[in-house]
Structure formats: C-alpha cells, structure tokens
Design a protein around this ligand. Structure first.
Ligand code: NAD
Ligand code: TYD
Length: 342
C-alpha cells in the first residue's frame, strides 16, 4: 500500500508514520510537509533509514508541487494531517489557518481527482461541532458550529472534502478526534505545555476558571483508529474518535503536577481565551461498530508515559522551542540521501 501522508513531521502525523511503518513492511509512505514551526524532521528520524519511507518538503498550497508528488508517487491512499492546529495562534493570526487548512485541503482534493486514489482520509477534529452542553455528546450528524478561526477552517475543509465525495465521487473518509496527548507534541497545547513548564518550575497558565471540559485521547489510540478507518471505514462516511476520558482542565493540570511531583502553587489563573468552548464531547459508537476500534490507553498510564517521555527528552523540547532541526540542511539528511525527495 502506497500512502501519501501530509503533515507527517508534526505531532500526530509523525506518530502515525512511525507506527504504520513499524507495523507493516507492506506500507510505503511518502510524507509531504512544509516543516513549519510545528513540523520537525527529528520526529521522523527513527524511520528515516527505512527503504519504505520518503520525505518531501512541500507546501500543500503549492498545486504544482502537490501534483508532482501525486504523479511520481501514485499513492493508493492519502492521509491528510497537515494543518495549522493551535486555537490560540488562530485567534492572533488567522490567515495561515484559512490558507493551509482550507485552500491546502482543496489543492490536495484536486490532485486526488487528477491522480485517483482508493481512499482520501481527512483528519479533522471534534472542535468543528463547537461547545456541547452537558450531558450531551456530538454524533456525526450534529450540525457544525465552530467557535474560533481554527475550528472554522477545519469545518470549511470538512465541507470541501464532503463536496468532492458528492460532486466527483472521491472515496473520502473524515475522522473527527478529540484532544490528543502523547510524545512529540509541540509544547504549546495544554498537556505538553503544562509538563514542560512544571519540569522547569515555571507557572502553569490556566485560562479562566479552568472548569472547561475536554475529552483526552492518547495519540497512539488515535493513530490506530486512523489505520482502522482506512482499512474498514465506509467511503463517504465521517467517524468520531473519542478517548472516553472527559476531564476539566484544572483536573488535568493537577494530575500533571502530581506526575511531575511539583506543587499546586505553580498554577496561575490567567484571563480566558476569547470564544473559549466550554465543553467538547463525542459519541464514538460508529467507529466502534464499523471498525472494531476501541481506545486502550488509560489517562493515568498515558499521562505518566508522556511525562516520562518529556523528562527523558529535554533536548527535544529545547530544540523545538529554539526552532532548530527543521530543515534538511540542519539535519544533513539531504547530503546523506536519507530523505530522497520525489
Ligand atoms: P501539528 O501542528 O503538530 O502538525 C502539523 C503539521 O503540518 C506540521 O508538521 C507542519 O509542518 C505541517 N504543515 C502545516 N502547514 C503546512 C502546509 N501548508 N503544507 C504542508 N505541511 C504543513 O498538528 P497535530 O496536532 O499533529 O494535528 C494534525 C492534524 O490532526 C491536524 O489536521 C489537526 O487539525 C488534527 N487534530 C489534532 C488534534 C490534537 O489534539 N492535536 C485533535 C484532533 C484533530
Ligand atoms: P489546547 O491544548 O490549546 O487545545 P484546544 O483548545 O484545541 O482544546 O487547550 C486545551 C484546553 O486547555 C482548552 O480549554 C484551553 C486550555 N488551556 C489553558 O487553560 N492554558 C493553556 O496554556 C493552554 C495552551 C490551554
């Protein structure tokens, strides 16, 4: 199976690529990634030597480069992770969110129409449903009601993907996952930021009253779900992927402090995020019945393992913060020919 993976140098994408290549020798992967601040070739170093792995630095908004990649690699399936992914950044600089998340997705869909693929899996988010009042959970039929530029741009991409299924019979799949956590997550999202700050004895900024609720999904469970949907999902369908672990932010922060053996005095309440969604909650019955997937990582063990990973890899956090190791040149891989481009 030849898989074209966009955004494969980011958090979830790189976990997916490492997991998929480790699991099967039959899978051949070409990663297309622009290597923004969130993309890091070091995340792919464990698979860089495999003959089944290729990387090309491509902006998904660049139609000619994307078409070239499809023409030369001829993917049988696409897994589309590439996106601007952080809500706070989208509030301050929305333009990149609209162009990468909406236009970039449109460019990929056009290329997949020109060079037909068996599956086009678009990785989306529970945030497209907006805030869900308790005790309800959003199923896939719930109308989209995004609250911030990030979730609005993802909702726009979802609609574009569905439109290509209707207009061009493109065999698309959409997955909408809840908040991910785990190794290699850029320390701007709640859990990795709280871990890296706690380990450095820095304040832990909690927005508003800290009583907002999120559903937490370990990234390895998410990646298994994407593999399951790719293999057994019904074309044209959308699948929610929840972690069955709903928790208020302040509780998450307290557990991080416990795992890091740091005092609660590090918690600092700060002004709330504008348009902050109070609660996300997913109904994931459909993915379970169609594919048999279930989340298998408990939050406690997943969080311990994540804290251990950040504790064991302080140089990774230091390098992503300083913006090092983002280019072929930095890694010297192009000279060594380990990341042949297409
Ligand atoms: P990330 O920010 O860690 O990684 C994004 C990757 O996309 C980076 O490698 C970046 O270099 C690349 N990229 C950005 N713009 C690009 C462009 N124009 N062309 C090519 N590559 C580009 O994101 P993540 O947390 O791994 O999320 C991956 C996907 O999963 C996103 O689509 C996101 O919306 C979705 N998602 C994330 C979560 C979460 O909790 N992190 C939850 C549900 C869904
Ligand atoms: P985040 O990880 O940014 O994901 P999302 O906004 O996509 O859910 O934030 C998760 C929750 O944590 C969200 O309710 C905002 C909150 N939060 C804080 O309280 N402090 C922080 O420093 C960050 C980054 C997030």
């Amino acid at each position: 199976m030849r898989l074209l993976v966009t955004g494969g140098a980011g958090f979830i994408g790189s976990n997916f690529v490492r997991q998929a290549l480790r699991r099967s020798r039959q899978v051949e992967i070409l990663v297309l990634d622009l290597l923004t601040y969130a993309g890091n070739l070091e995340n792919l170093a464990p698979v860089a030597d495999l003959p089944t792995f290729r990387f090309s630095r491509v902006d998904i908004r660049d139609a000619a480069a994307v078409r070239d990649a499809f023409r030369s690699f001829r993917p049988e399936a696409v897994v589309h992770f590439a996106a601007e992914s952080h809500v706070d950044r989208s509030i301050h600089s929305p333009a990149e969110f609209v162009s990468t998340n909406v236009t970039g997705t449109g460019v990929l869909l056009e290329a997949a129409r020109e060079w037909p693929v068996g599956r086009f899996l678009h990785v989306s988010t529970d945030e497209v449903y907006g805030s869900i009042p308790a005790p309800h959970a959003a199923d896939e039929e719930r109308p989209l009601s995004p609250s911030n530029p990030y979730s609005a741009s993802k909702a726009g991409a979802d609609l574009l993907v569905s439109a290509y299924a209707k207009t061009h019979s493109l065999p698309v799949l959409i997955t909408r996952a809840s908040n991910n956590y785990g190794p290699y997550q850029f320390p701007e999202k709640l859990i990795p930021l709280m871990i890296t700050n706690a380990l450095a004895d820095k304040p832990l900024p909690v927005y508003g009253d800290g009583l907002q609720e999120r559903d937490w999904l370990h990234v390895h469970d998410h990646c298994r779900a994407i593999e399951a949907v790719l293999a057994a999902g019904r074309a044209g369908e959308t699948y929610n992927i929840g972690g069955e672990c709903s928790m208020q932010n302040i509780e998450v922060v307290r557990r991080v402090l416990d795992c890091c053996r740091k005092p609660a005095s590090l918690i600092e309440y700060v002004p709330d995020r504008p348009g902050h969604d109070r609660r996300y909650a997913l109904d994931s019955k459909k993915v379970k019945s169609d594919t048999g997937w279930e989340p298998s990582t408990s939050f406690d063990s997943g969080l311990w393992e994540t804290v251990r990973w950040f504790r064991d890899n302080p140089e990774w956090s230091a390098r992503v913060h300083s913006g090092e190791y983002r280019t072929f040149h930095d890694l010297n891989y192009s000279q060594r020919g380990e990341f042949p481009s297409v």
